[in-house]
Write a protein that binds this ligand. Structure first.
Ligand SMILES: [Zn+2]
Length: 428
């Protein structure tokens, strides 16, 4: 008998005396993936989630249960029927778990909404708030508006959500440095150049603030509504400025190296002549195709509006309804310029969908028809083979929808999912 285990011999089987009693295999990554799958699917059963995520059933089950225990998910009646016609049990996001404060900043007007985590709009308002003023006073007015809206939202929802579970998602008419969350040389809001908007909003609201270019937000909203089979998608905005947002085939926003991707308004237009642009150059697409450019042409033709108080898109819409041929001519010229730049974009990106967002969408297909014909006559046939060019299907909601999607992804991401909790299960 040896006194000790020597070389070539094994120690006896040893059982470690200290073992955690409840092994937690819950990871933030999986919680996030499960919650995001619930968000995408609406009201899935556990079987739907297993199919959608490719995760083992036991993993889905434990993570769904954890989210149910914290009331981030709630049980709902599923759409499918199981044995004896009983509805299958399904889960959905609990709206009370978080709020997205979605903000769409236009040149003249700002739209803001409080949307709960489940996608219900609890409060919404559009106010006259020009971005041409200095950022401090603008953000002061915006913060007041958002505080009013969160109070309204608490009434609509029957309960409040603490600021710790809010996220502000802001769409700015500017190119954005998403790292520092500052606008970059914005032509229609020059005093905002380099202003730390993200940090300023966070300080005022006490919640994270996400900043994104408005055209990118609209592209994201439309892509989220249509689904991945419509990607790549390009959203082109014709408003005070002209710009584009691009969502690639994997669903990501293309920002480029410095946030300047999609700045199509300042591409030279072949028939732009010496029209002066807001960027200081001449002959840009925006100098011919934007709403102010169209209005300038109409004014130069001697056409006036019966309502002198109207401005911007509201004025253009009224002029169109009043029916002077100079108005349709200005719109046709705008469509031709937009069509030229969209044709080039199609040759470069080969999108499946081009979405035109414009106030003119509400009054017929004048603009759209012009853009379509210019694109099909200029782009390569292969680049337009499966292309659909249309107005936004979400219309006036597209910016708020994109903001909600950004905010929801933020609240459900691995680094913030565990902070979500609803203290009691009352779901309103
Ligand atoms: Zn320009």
């Amino acid at each position: 008998m040896t006194e000790h285990v020597g070389a070539g011999q094994a120690l006896p089987r040893l059982v470690a005396p200290a073992r955690p009693k409840n092994i937690s295999v819950l990871t933030e990554d999986v919680l996030s993936a499960v919650a995001q799958a619930v968000a995408d699917l609406g009201a899935p059963s556990k079987a739907d989630l297993v199919r959608h995520t490719g995760l083992p059933r036991s993993t889905v089950s434990s993570h769904v249960d954890w989210l149910l225990n914290r009331n981030v998910l709630v049980r709902v009646e599923g759409e499918k029927r199981i044995a004896r016609g009983r509805p299958a049990e399904a889960v959905a996001l609990n709206g009370h778990a978080g709020w997205v404060l979605a903000v769409e900043m236009g040149a003249l007007k700002t739209t803001a909404a409080v949307v709960d985590l489940a996608g219900e709009v609890l409060a919404r308002r559009q106010i006259e708030l020009p971005v041409s003023q200095d950022p401090d006073s603008y953000l002061g007015s915006l913060t007041d508006l958002l505080h009013e809206l969160t109070e309204e939202a608490a009434v609509t929802a029957g309960r409040a959500v603490p600021p710790a579970n809010w996220v502000a998602a802001m769409a700015l008419p500017a190119r954005i440095d998403t790292e520092t969350r500052t606008p970059l040389r914005p032509t229609i809001m020059p005093t905002w150049d380099g202003y730390p908007v993200g940090a300023a909003v966070e300080e005022r609201l006490g919640c994270p603030a996400l900043l994104e270019n408005d055209c990118s937000v609209r592209a994201l909203g439309e892509a989220g509504f249509l689904g991945p089979e419509y990607l790549p998608l390009i959203s082109v905005q014709i408003g005070t400025g002209v710009g584009a947002g691009i969502v690639d085939s994997s669903g990501l926003i293309i920002r480029g190296a410095n946030g300047a991707a999609g700045d199509v308004g300042h591409i030279p237009y072949s028939r732009g002549g010496d029209a002066l642009c807001s960027c200081g150059s001449r002959g840009c697409v925006e100098a011919v195709a934007s709403v102010p450019a169209m209005l300038a042409k109409i004014e130069a033709a001697g056409v006036t509006c019966s309502d002198p108080t109207l401005r911007g898109s509201d004025l253009l819409l009224r002029l169109l309804l009043e029916g002077d041929p100079a108005v349709t001519q200005a719109i046709d010229e705008s469509a031709e310029a937009i069509g030229e730049v969209v044709a080039s974009l199609c040759n470069v990106i080969n999108p499946r969908r081009v979405v035109i967002t414009s106030a003119l969408a509400s009054v017929g297909h004048e603009l759209l028809a012009g853009v379509r014909s210019a694109v099909y006559s200029r782009a390569r046939p292969l680049a337009t083979k499966d292309l659909v060019i249309d107005y936004s299907r979400l219309g006036a909601d597209v910016g708020i929808a994109g903001g909600y999607l950004m905010g929801r992804e933020h609240l459900l991401q691995p680094s913030s999912i565990k902070a979500l909790r609803v203290a009691d299960p009352v779901t309103g």
